[in-house]
Ligand binder design. Structure first.
Ligand SMILES: [Zn+2]
Length: 205
């Protein structure tokens, strides 16, 4: 398949620009997939649920970013290749945001808690904090529980994430119950690991 170049979006607060891959929700065949839905894909990288911004306190939601360009490869290489990829805020900024923001819209809270969950496993700073800092670890565990409560059972992906959190926290029966009606390969792999009482994050492929 011929890959299209990334698109360019702008932070609504400060105008800083970032690249988003075009099919950011569908990992390519080369992607490394994980049981929590996170994926690493060089050519078609994941768009974070919230984008960290260098000049703003936390960042912005991709859907609020202003579309600046949808270039073809020629235009991209000429004008946009130097722009940085959109990345989630750091584990520390996400934690700070969760601590200080008293009232959050549900979709904002979901996005922040999801990226915070991912930060604990998939970012270097997050992994170090998880290992060395008990307060951080407790806070992260508590946030993961709150994320579980927010995830609905009516959307397939949300249900998979909910079941995965139940598996990670050792509630294997609940994990299997949640996925009992689902038949996709991702669900089957989570159920298989829950049946083995394995709570560790694993790679799907
Ligand atoms: Zn900004």
């Amino acid at each position: 398949m011929h890959m299209l170049p990334p698109i360019v979006i702008e932070c609504p607060e400060c105008g800083e620009r970032y690249l988003l891959s075009r099919n950011s929700t569908i990992p390519s065949e080369e992607a490394t997939l994980f049981s929590d839905g996170y994926f690493i894909d060089e050519t078609n990288w994941r768009t974070p649920a919230i984008i960290g911004c260098v000049t703003c306190e936390l960042g912005f939601f991709p859907q609020n970013g202003k579309l600046i360009a949808e270039p073809d490869w020629e235009e991209f290489n000429k004008q946009w290749a130097h722009i940085k990829k959109a990345e989630p805020p750091t584990a520390g900024s996400l934690a700070l945001e969760l601590r200080t923001r008293k009232i959050m819209a549900m979709d904002a809270e979901l996005a922040i808690r999801k990226e915070f969950w991912y930060a604990g496993f998939h970012t270097e700073t997050g992994r170090i904090l998880m290992e060395k800092n008990e307060k951080f670890r407790n806070y992260w565990n508590d946030s993961r529980e709150k994320l579980e409560a927010l995830l609905s059972t009516t959307h397939e992906e949300s249900l998979l994430l909910k079941a995965e959190i139940n598996r990670q926290t050792g509630r294997f029966k609940e994990c299997i119950r949640l996925l009992s009606a689902m038949n996709n390969p991702w669900a089957q792999k989570i159920v298989a690991q829950a049946s083995l009482k394995n709570s560790a994050l694993f790679q799907l492929n």
